[in-house]
Design a protein around this ligand. Structure first.
Ligand code: HEC
Ligand code: HEC
Ligand code: HEC
Ligand code: HEC
Length: 457
């Protein structure tokens, strides 16, 4: 069976691809399936299958095919995902385990679920090692079914998808992959208990996080000029939807109220003299003073793009999330919060679909940037995590702008946006009026043109 497939493979090949396929053929054919299993589509081979220098392991980018072939080297040397399993043995992880009363984190599914490709044993080929971290197949899907044939000349992306590859070209699928670990799923959870034990809080923004990985793919493969804006917008919609699904699960779980669904720094800020408190100066509109509030960070910035492309949908989302915020703030009964979270998740999904097929251009990008910066006081007052989303959004959009249009003061603009990030260095000392005033400065430097017509409340 195996050898016949490789024969067919080699038959179609260019010289380069044949060397590569042979390398991976050797890899996989030396991979004896575990007892009781066969190497088949849906199984995981481990990153070694992609590492040969004529596959994805070249140190320098190559120009031979559409693919630069240095993806493995970027992942291994620069991408934190490659070390995701080893951080489970560091001092912070070991202390977390002690606090949480669990075993070695690098043997616990509770941790490995996101820090490795912790798939069930019958799906692991012989070459698979759990300690390889978040590797190729955690994002691209189990490779045994397509590893060999995907290097052949007329093999298509669609054929790979049929053989088990995930379609990461689609921004919705791509975001779903990332937020599976960066927001969570029923099987993958970071809650306040884990955060209090030392786990970092989970925040995410697709475009910013993709640059930080760093990307091992050509940024705009789709030659479409404003595709970064689509990446930001779709990523926002999907992370909102998944955060709402998570809220829905947690509100009926045993640990409600789950503090990780609330604004962290409503509780975790440094107290000041009353006359210095921006929170008291702001007041507590529509809630009991001192009550906790749903963390609206995944929504408060995102709503500005929805307003621009679909005002009706934006109005529905605004209304539903106002209801949800009210219910969560009152720690209302499970069924009410659940119903509202489900409804809102559906609206977020509708937004994701539209934003994925939406056309993006300079006008729209400009209007969204202006709407965000023009809503500075509201965003800043909503809390530190919302401010962080505004900074990431403006930075992503400014970079997209710089790539696609001639803007004179881009350097000044980006350095003003950097000042926004600096204000977030110590989140417990976050100061909303200061952040809002820096947003005013950013606003004054934004490219002029399309005006923000809708979206500020
Ligand atoms: C829902 C997925 C998920 C689960 C489950 C999870 N983590 Fe994480 N972990 C992450 C993500 C995502 C990050 C990176 C967060 C960021 O920087 O935005 C991270 C980061 C960390 C870090 C910081 C790493 C560094 O480079 O400083 C440590 C330590 C850690 N996790 C330990 C653990 C331990 C121990 C467990 C089990 C008790 C665990 N994690 C469970 C997703 C998860
Ligand atoms: C954290 C997620 C993640 C990991 C881990 C990852 N990738 Fe990717 N990869 C992506 C995303 C997202 C894209 C962009 C989607 C696209 O262009 O198809 C991509 C694109 C690629 C591309 C370009 C595809 C194309 O058609 O242009 C190659 C090749 C690739 N990855 C190989 C690898 C290899 C080899 C590894 C392991 C060493 C790896 N990736 C690990 C997320 C990941
Ligand atoms: C299988 C789970 C998983 C998937 C899927 C995943 N990540 Fe991660 N990600 C992690 C973990 C765990 C860490 C922490 C690694 C560490 O610190 O060593 C992390 C860290 C990161 C970091 C570094 C954050 C920091 O604080 O420096 C970035 C950036 C990132 N991920 C982006 C992405 C993007 C973009 C995608 C989707 C294309 C993605 N991740 C998909 C689990 C995942
Ligand atoms: C409703 C109030 C509340 C909210 C909201 C809340 N926490 Fe906590 N948090 C607490 C309390 C109470 C403790 C226990 C402090 C102690 O006993 O020392 C705690 C403990 C912690 C600790 C460990 C103590 C320390 O200082 O290192 C961390 C870290 C933490 N929280 C982070 C967060 C993050 C991040 C969020 C948002 C995702 C958040 N918390 C949301 C109340 C809250």
């Amino acid at each position: 069976m195996m050898s016949r497939r490789w024969l067919v493979v080699v038959f179609h090949l260019s010289l380069l691809a044949s060397l590569c396929a042979l390398a991976s053929a050797q890899q996989s054919s030396s991979a004896q399936p575990k007892p009781g299993s066969a190497n088949k589509a849906g199984m995981y081979t481990g990153p070694g299958g992609c590492a040969a220098s004529n596959c994805h392991g070249s140190v320098q980018p190559k120009n031979v095919t559409r693919i630069p072939q240095n993806e493995y080297s970027i992942w291994a040397a620069q991408d934190k995902h490659s070390r995701a399993t080893s951080v489970l043995s560091n001092a912070v992880s070991l202390r977390m385990a002690k606090i949480l009363k669990i075993n070695q984190p690098n043997t616990e599914h509770k941790c490995l679920a996101c820090h490795a490709a912790d798939v069930s044993p019958e799906l692991r080929a012989e070459t698979f090692h759990l300690e390889d971290g978040v590797s190729c197949e955690s994002c691209h899907g189990p490779a045994v079914g397509w590893l060999g044939p995907h290097t052949t000349r007329n093999w298509t992306h669609e054929q790979s998808i049929k053989a088990g590859m995930y379609d990461l070209r689609d921004n919705i699928h791509r975001s779903e992959r990332c937020v599976g670990c960066h927001v969570g799923t029923p099987e993958k959870q970071v809650d306040h208990e884990m955060i209090a034990a030392g786990h970092p809080d989970l925040t995410f923004e697709l475009d910013t996080y993709s640059s930080a990985m760093p990307r091992h793919w050509r940024p705009t493969r789709e030659t479409e000029a404003w595709s970064d804006v689509r990446e930001w917008a779709v990523g926002q919609a999907v992370q909102l939807r998944e955060a709402l699904n998570r809220l829905d699960r947690r509100v009926s779980g045993p640990n409600w109220p789950e503090f990780a669904e609330m604004d962290c720094f409503a509780c975790h800020h440094s107290l000041t003299r009353p006359e210095d408190s921006w929170r008291q100066a702001r007041g507590y509109p529509d809630r009991r003073p001192g009550s906790t509030e749903w963390n609206a960070a995944r929504y408060i910035v995102f709503r500005h793009i929805v307003s621009q492309v679909n005002p009706d949908l934006a109005a529905k989302l605004d209304a539903e999330l106002a209801t949800l915020t009210d219910l969560v703030g009152k720690w209302s009964s499970h069924d009410k919060v659940e119903a509202s979270a489900k409804q809102a998740a559906q609206l977020a999904d509708q937004a994701a679909q539209q934003l994925n097929s939406q056309k993006y251009d300079q006008q729209l990008t400009q209007r969204v940037m202006q709407a965000i910066a023009g809503d500075g006081t509201n965003i800043a007052n909503t809390g530190e995590r919302s401010a962080e989303q505004a900074a990431m959004a403006l930075d992503s959009l400014a970079v997209a702008f710089g790539k696609n249009s001639s803007t004179k003061n881009l350097t000044e603009l980006r350095s003003s946006i950097n000042e926004l990030f600096k204000q977030l260095n110590n989140p417990s000392a976050y100061n909303a009026p200061q952040f809002a005033s820096q947003l005013q400065k950013v606003r004054a430097q934004l490219p002029q043109g399309g005006s923000a017509v809708a979206g500020n409340r």
